[in-house]
Write a protein that binds this ligand. Structure first.
Ligand SMILES: [Fe+2]
Length: 411
């Protein structure tokens, strides 16, 4: 059964990639896509959990509140976040709309509290990535809710392909092509677009459906004042391969070049500059001294870290942390495999899980433990290590347990 669903999903993503991805807007019923489980109740629970985190920390990272289209101060946002008593999204809306007749709450950080739905989210994006490739940026999860009449920032473009999933109310998106927006710059960032309406496409999406628009589509959400809640996955395609390489290697180059002087030595030259000053010549030598192996390992570590987040901006936070004992039984977390790679000299093992990278000495026992964990087997840690290798890998194992790659239970 599961295999049938997988095959069906693969066929869907294949068609989607060839006909719609970065080409044209699209709408469909969610049907067998596992993501349909993320309904209004699931989204309320996640928003409540994230709100509780924000109240604990007294900060509102990734949350924005707009009232009558005007962004409110963070203190205001903290006051108005969902509480358990609201019971559901409708309950929350009844409480908030009594205070603010026109509001829009945005949350961009629900991935942090997505552990219950992580397998479905990964299934969804992997289906897409298998066809289009892994983005050098990431996929972000967003939520828009309220009874606002228009998106508070007007007609805009985001740089990400957007999949939207309404969970309460009917959602209306108005879309324009980038070609049209470029020819009609007055459309950009405006709220008054009556004269451009005939060139737009109106997409009306309901709970149980999904819409998609390409990263270059200019868009705005419209409503006549009724409440709606819509979560989304934004697949960012604004980071190029060269950005990835540059950002990965810059720290290494900076470290190699050391503390940079602010004055070049030597006498200022007139007209034809015949040579580099000594400082820059030395910098060039230092730069060339970075070996191919070091460059390759550095890029590999970045890539491994990137892969370990499975193409998402962030992975869910771990709730439980357990201590490590040599005779502990470890259970892998199936939906989030542990990734690893060998360094160029095969002496170091780079291990990555959920955006955390661990360097440790290469060890066959650790590799076979990770393979078994990824296969979903319950593993008795003692069977993979002798006393010497266990003590060498103790820190790496403890770190893997701390970040949730390994769940430990006593024998
Ligand atoms: Fe947008």
């Amino acid at each position: 059964m599961r295999e049938n669903v997988k095959k069906h999903n693969q066929t869907f993503w294949k068609t989607f990639a060839s006909k719609h991805w970065e080409k044209a807007p699209f709408k469909m019923a969610l049907g067998s896509l596992g993501i349909s489980k993320m309904d209004d109740d699931a989204i309320f629970k996640m928003l409540l959990e994230y709100s509780n985190l924000c109240r604990q920390k007294q900060e509102v990272q990734g949350l924005k509140l707009f009232v009558d289209g005007v962004r409110q101060y963070d203190e205001e946002v903290l006051q108005i976040l969902p509480v358990k008593k609201d019971k559901n999204l409708i309950g929350y809306h009844q409480r908030v709309s009594a205070i603010y007749p026109d509001y829009c709450l945005v949350c961009d950080e629900l991935l942090q509290v997505s552990s219950a739905h992580w397998p479905q989210l990964v299934d969804f994006t992997q289906g897409l990535y298998n066809q289009i490739g892994l983005p050098y940026r990431f996929t972000e999860m967003g939520l828009y809710l309220g009874n606002y009449r228009k998106t508070p920032f007007g007609v805009h473009v985001d740089g990400c392909g957007v999949f939207s999933f309404p969970v309460v109310g009917r959602k209306k998106f108005r879309l324009w092509t980038s070609e049209f927006a470029d020819k009609n710059p007055k459309l950009k960032e405006t709220f008054k677009y009556t004269k451009f309406k005939s060139a737009s496409e109106l997409m009306v999406v309901e709970p149980g459906e999904m819409s998609y628009w390409p990263s270059k589509a200019w868009h705005i959400a419209e409503s006549s004042g009724e409440f709606s809640a819509t979560w989304s996955l934004g697949v960012w395609v604004d980071r190029k391969q060269k950005d990835f390489v540059l950002e990965s290697l810059t720290p290494l180059i900076l470290q190699q070049l050391g503390d940079a002087p602010t004055l070049a030595n030597g006498i200022a030259q007139l007209e034809e500059v015949k040579s580099l000053p000594d400082g820059l010549r030395n910098a060039l030598v230092e730069y060339k001294n970075i070996s191919q192996a070091v460059l390759s390992d550095h890029l590999l570590r970045s890539w491994l870290l990137h892969c370990s987040k499975q193409g998402f901006k962030t992975a869910p936070l771990l709730k439980e942390v357990l201590g490590l004992k040599k005779n502990s039984v470890a259970c892998g977390v199936l939906a989030r495999p542990i990734f690893w790679a060998k360094s160029s000299d095969s002496k170091t093992l780079f291990v990555a899980f959920n955006g955390v990278l661990i360097d440790t000495a290469f060890d066959f026992g650790l590799v076979s433990l990770m393979k078994d964990l990824n296969a979903g087997l319950g593993c008795e840690i003692a069977k993979y290590f002798d006393i010497k290798s266990f003590s060498r890998q103790k820190d790496a194992l403890a770190e893997l347990a701390r970040v949730g790659a390994v769940q430990l239970s006593k024998k």
